[in-house]
Design a binder for this molecule. Sequence first.
Ligand code: CP
Ligand code: NVA
Length: 307
Amino acid sequence: MSPCRHYLQFLDLDLGEYTYLFDRTRWIKDRFKRYERYWPLQDRTLVMIFEKNSTRTRLSFEAGMQQLGGAAIFLSTRDSQLGRGEPVEDAAQVISRMSDIVMIRTFEQEILERFARNSRVPVINGLTNEYHPCQILADIFTYIEHRGSIKGRTVAWIGDSNNVCNTWLQAATVFGFNVHVSTPPGYEVEAERAGVYDDRFYESFADPMDAVRGADLVTTDVWTSMGFEAENEERLRDFQDWQVDADMMRAAAPEALFMHCLPAHRGEEVAADVIDGPHSVVWEEAENRLHTQKALLEFLVLGKQNT
Ligand code: CP
Ligand code: NVA
């Protein structure tokens, strides 16, 4: 409908735009830490639609929009007409006439795409079954803050080939790093579902210890993502050998970082002494959701800014 930019998957922005966004994030974060008011989105409204639970995504978008001088409105399927079968196309028409930008957390990517096709304003993916681009935006910013450029580095993904994993794979093709993936048999990456058309940037390993060897960043996520709860018991059995533990971190590079998008299950996908240990940057990673998304909101609503 409209020519506005959306952020539906990681490949929707190019390397130059990510470089800009990270510069902008640093600037916005510095100002925020100095308690300096910055209100470029005064009188602008973000609508957030949640079809799944959230703590970090809701909080970072809502607080971020307020800190940029705008307002954020929360809608959930449970208490809006979306939960009673109003077509997503109709909802997009209406919601985008009353707001300046929309964030959606939903099930199939296709629902998000249908909304975006009928929206007059930018739409952001706040997590779908297939992708979680805002998470990897924050994760790569966090890596760069701690260790510098991620180009040519190795990221080890241990566990489920889920939305977060798919997004790491897309990001590898943009930033030029390698992803070593290890999943249990039957849970392997599906390149087409991941939206990855260049397999030069990832390699699959049957043994998770081989995947983490020498890695610069080790990362994982829940064994059962939202929407897949019926498979929980089976997954608990299938993923037992894919817990990121201290042995895996010892096999990684000495300066390796550990990341997890959270919420985490200690004793399942990650051992407590790893997520609470010296390699872990999970709290900085979570905080950076706020700062990176503020830069993203500013970019999608106002375009590039000069600082
Ligand atoms: N990582 C993340 O997206 O967290 P929430 O599910 O709490 O939003
Ligand atoms: N893969 C997880 C991420 C939660 C932030 C899920 O989709 O439930």
